[in-house]
Design a protein. Sequence first.
Length: 318
Amino acid sequence: MTANGSNGSTIGDIGEFGLIDQVREQIGHNRHILIGSGDDAAHISTNDGSYVVSTDLLVEGRHFRRDWSTANDVGRKAAASNLSDINAMGGVATALTVGFGAPADLPVEWALEMVRGFEQECGRVGAHIVGGDVTASDSIIIAVTAMGDAPRPVRRSGAVAGDVVAVNGDLGLAAAGFATLSRGFRSPKAAVEAHRVPHPPYAAGPQAARAGATAMTDISDGLVADLGHIAVASGVAIDIDSSALVIPEAVATVGEALGRRAIDFVLAGGDSYALVATFGAEGGLPPGWTRIGEVAEGAGVTVDGEVYDGPTGHQHFR
């Protein structure tokens, strides 16, 4: 066995979250860390207040393709995926730093148009780029750190039995768009555009926090997978009522065209950056939120009381 107890396993063997678990065992803690690793963003105290912070990566060929998306699309998607993490904590992003790796032959205009798209998306919440770094790379890599304010950070670990589960935002469109583009098609437009540029419900995160949400996360890997993070962190079971889920028309069209169940895009499709949260049963839901399930004692996520037999959502390294 190796010194760190990994027994010679590879990252592919243990997966993204297995790696994160082992990394968390190696890192320390101090009095300024109010919320550390394990949520959508960390919460850090300062001498004059506090802030939430999160980092995300987009890699060419894995998260975007230049023949599918414009530079403006890529910039907006890079910003949205990071602004969404702050939103998922019930906060609002204020500033971002960007690390940018690119081949030497990348046109300057492509990079500048990406920045314009980035700033365009940031403008939806009033944030701006405040710095970063540039380096040479064989392919385009965009590393973003987002910082913001969250008066009442909502963690993944606060759900309790009896809570209701609710979503805000469209589910399945981005995944259907990816499936469409992968087959060489460019329609339906609503699905393809959702893959190119997500539309997180930025107002809904702070709204949920003010309404007393007990747990919350954004949907980047898939509804079942991301609810699984809440279930594990909170030590509860969660059941989804599939009849309460809205299947967008474009998702139904893609499902029929590709011979796939439309509900699988909704349950397991990632990159939507919608929000899913739990709320106390007595308080009601804020406007725009749709009840889709409930929290109970136990463990794991089920659909209509049964173990979900479809795809489990996106997993890096798998």
